[in-house]
Design a protein around this ligand. Structure first.
Ligand code: PAF
Length: 279
């Protein structure tokens, strides 16, 4: 499989397709691909004439240098999966190619970025906005696909596209889960066998708690979820919040929002996992 590493080469390929009136689909990734990514890739291939997947571990979105160091890098296996999934164009640039100079741009997303991931990973969404705006600029996609596991990221990217008036349609795709319910994540590869066993309690507790919505007020349900997960070996909840699907702000009562989403971040040993569920 051919891997394109430079912007010039990618743009040479894409410009001729664009000029021929072809639509461009795009799935940005940081590699370590799993079936969640592949579901995005298959949808992209079905909906566009030309499909591009980027594989780039973006240093500017890691607030924890150790997390960046530990992030799995599996280019060969990624390419094999992509080939099977329908053989999109793969763009795997170096850090220097994406950032010939340090990116000093500061984006602002107001209250969307002060909560949850924004609160616990300062600078993370600014780094995501830097790389996604840069990649959109390079690829000029008509449609871009993102997984709803990163629920807050999707909201940030929609806001970014609005702010910069970018002519791209953002398509959010549902979380893909293991048979036991664990949300697929590149980080799952880092779990020990014991931690993997514990991890199932995250989604199980969320699904079970949703059944209690009619009898428990918001605050009591939140507390119960946190206590149940913290009682499992290796698990430690960083946050669990019930938020308005649109604004991402906490709700105090179930009636505060048309749609409520439960968003959670949990340390399983050293590995930080996130998940979310509509309530
Ligand atoms: O979701 C991810 O994998 C990353 O945040 C993204 C969107 C590829 C930007 O680096």
């Amino acid at each position: 499989m051919k891997i394109i590493q430079t912007i010039v080469e990618l743009q040479t390929v894409l410009t001729s397709k664009k000029n021929a009136g072809k639509s461009i689909g795009f799935v940005p990734t940081m590699g370590a691909l799993h079936q969640g990514h592949i579901s995005l890739v298959k949808k992209m291939i079905a909906e566009n004439d030309v499909s591009v997947v980027s594989i780039f571990v973006n240093p500017t979105q890691f607030n924890d240098p150790n997390d960046l160091l530990q992030y799995p890098r599996t280019l060969e296996a990624d390419c094999a999966l992509l080939q099977q999934a329908g053989n999109p164009i793969v763009f795997a640039p170096s850090v220097e190619e994406i950032y010939p100079e340090p990116d000093t741009r500061q984006f602002g997303f107001g209250r969307l970025e002060t909560v949850m991931e924004g609160q616990f990973r300062p600078g993370h969404f600014n780094g995501v906005a830097q790389v996604v705006s840069r990649l959109f600029d390079i690829v000029q996609p008509d449609r871009a696909y993102f997984g709803e596991k990163d629920f807050q990221q999707v909201a940030i990217i929609r806001a970014l596209v609005k702010q910069l008036h970018l002519p791209v349609t953002i398509i959010a795709c549902p979380i893909v889960r293991e048979a036991d319910g664990l949300a697929l994540s590149s980080r799952n590869a880092r779990l020990t066998a014991g931690q993997r066993k514990s991890a199932v309690a995250i989604s199980r507790t969320l699904f079970e708690s949703r059944e209690k919505k009619a009898r428990l007020p918001v605050a009591a349900l939140k507390q119960e979820v946190i206590e149940q997960i913290n009682a499992v070996p290796e698990l430690h909840v960083e946050y669990f919040d019930l938020v308005d699907r649109e604004t991402l702000q906490s709700v105090n009562h179930w009636s505060d929002a048309a749609q409520v989403v439960g968003c959670i971040a949990v340390y399983d040993g050293e590995v930080r996992l996130i998940d979310n569920l509509g309530y």
